[in-house]
Design a binder for this molecule. Structure first.
Ligand code: SME
Length: 160
């Protein structure tokens, strides 16, 4: 049994450090990318409060394809010129969107999503996936969330 318990009272940077450490512990020695993404999706839902969706899209033959996640069923394929996820994968840059309804081309998979954070994951200097977090609260994510998820993405490099 794995027992990674998130402490909601910890400051965000420390909570994200614990999330990254837990993720590393879970994926170390395992080379099945689906198993690793599935466990990390579960950890993100555990450690990051206030989400309605947390998971992965993988870059497969030039488009994003849905990976393991926690949340409601979502769009399966996203072209790189569409959505917040496409923008993150295409630019290689984190996308922090305070109000998804203001983001041109945002793809509404779950009508309750109001803000979104998408962070690219790299393998051999190329984007191989994105981490996507959605919240039903406008302006939910801040620079600490972006830095924390970027730390997690860096630790996953080579394991997903
Ligand atoms: N909103 C995303 C699509 C994925 S769902 O949020 C799970 C986007 O605009 O890329």
């Amino acid at each position: 049994m794995f027992d990674f318990t998130a402490d909601p009272d910890l400051p965000k940077p420390e909570r994200y450090r614990q999330l990254a450490d837990a993720a590393e512990a879970l994926i170390s020695g395992e080379n099945d990318v689906v198993a690793n993404m599935a466990n990390v999706a579960a950890l993100m839902a555990e450690f990051i409060p206030g989400l309605n969706w947390a998971g992965f899209y993988r870059l497969v033959e030039g488009e994003l394809v849905l990976g393991p996640f926690i949340g409601r069923p979502a769009c399966i394929r996203i072209p790189l010129d569409q959505g917040v996820c496409g923008a993150a994968a295409k630019s290689g840059q984190t996308q922090l969107v305070a109000d998804v309804h203001e983001f041109p081309g945002h793809i509404a998979c779950d009508a309750v999503s109001a803000s979104e954070l998408v962070v690219p994951v790299y393998r051999d200097a190329e984007v191989c996936a994105v981490i996507d977090l959605d919240s039903p609260t406008k302006g939910y994510f801040d620079a600490d969330d972006a830095a924390g998820v970027e730390l997690l993405a860096a630790r996953l490099s080579g394991s997903i």
